[in-house]
Design a protein around this ligand. Sequence first.
Ligand SMILES: *Cc1c(COP(=O)(O)O)cnc(C)c1O
Length: 427
Amino acid sequence: MKDLKIGTKCVQGGYTAGNGEPRQVPIIQSTTFKYATSEDMGKLFDLEASGYFYTRLQNPTNDTVAAKICELEGGTAAMLTSSGQAASFYSVFNIASCGDHIVASSAIYGGTYNLFAVTMKRMGIDFTFVSPDCSDEELNAAFKENTKAVFGETIANPALKVLDIERFAKAAHDHGVPLIIDNTFATPVNCRPFEWGADIVTHSTTKYIDGHGVSVGGCIVDSGKFDWTKYPDKFPGLCTPDESYHGVTYTERFGLEGAYITKATAQLMRDFGSIQSPQNAFYINLGLESLHVRMKKHCENGLAVAKALQQDDRIEWVTYPGLEGDSEYALAQKYLPNGSCGVVSFGVKGGRKSAEAFMKGLKITAIETHVADARSCCLHPASATHRQMNDDELTAAGISPDLIRFSCGIEDAEDLIADIKQALDNI
Ligand SMILES: *Cc1c(COP(=O)(O)O)cnc(C)c1O
């Protein structure tokens, strides 16, 4: 599979049917797995043999779908989670605990910001947020003795800032920590962060990977490239025996390619249990099979809508990474040459009030706390997802109070533009 193109991996990755076996990935909707002897099962618990015993830890359907996403990203190991939130949480908590510190881009998904700044802070993990546009000096100054990782989004939701992954990877590596990238909006079809130096990738599979608004889910992929053993004092959880798991030292037993994901499975999934259901993993796989085809159309529509908005004098501003003249255009050309995503952000003249009136006028575009669906949808974050942020925090995250996030589906662009125009007429 390794040498195949991305579209072929979308369709065929992760699973090969044997003689007489199902062509489609089987849904193994079973909590448990049967063994002939206690010794057989004991070997699994000791991590001496690989196999399934309880779906909270591992399930064949989930593993198959995780393997496909792993191939798409070019990683060495991956796991599915019940949501993107769980993936973001596990990705950080797997290598940071009470007393540690993380550097994060300030332009990230509102739910992730809240997870970091409020909930994980309550757990004793401290975050320093830096603008993706900060200078190298500012970026380097954000690191502390106890920094354990850097976190950012390829394309920030909803600010649509494109992260300079190479620059952030270099800063992370200069300080001996990995770069974790939430690649939800770009998807591995449009950007593979490992190729730019990132070490771990997370996804909310709820978005483009599912693509049909069917199932909430997440995924974590490890590149296998970050050498934890160079910093055993910084990452004791990976480099010293885990007394809660049969005294296993993850880096010794599973190598750099498997240590991080095995630890996240054996400890975090065991204890927190944020598993994906096999049924949902099956739905995600159906989404993956057309991801490369849909992303093309999402991007085509995104660009058409962005251009139409740019030419409409009732629009105050438009942000779309693929739009020439956009602040992110140069970074998008570098990291997202085949297209960015289907999400366009803009402000209607007249500010917050006009934004609300515009939203009311939409006909085929639904108001939803969702993006990346085959059906177009639209959101005004300041009054919905980001309402916990004050104006300063909103500005730092690149979200103005008038920002409208328009997620272009895969309908015909002409109809989407017509819907926007009539909603503008209605203000
Ligand atoms: C939606 C989203 C998340 C959270 O994912 P859920 O599946 O809703 O838990 C995380 N990151 C980004 C970029 C998202 O868009």
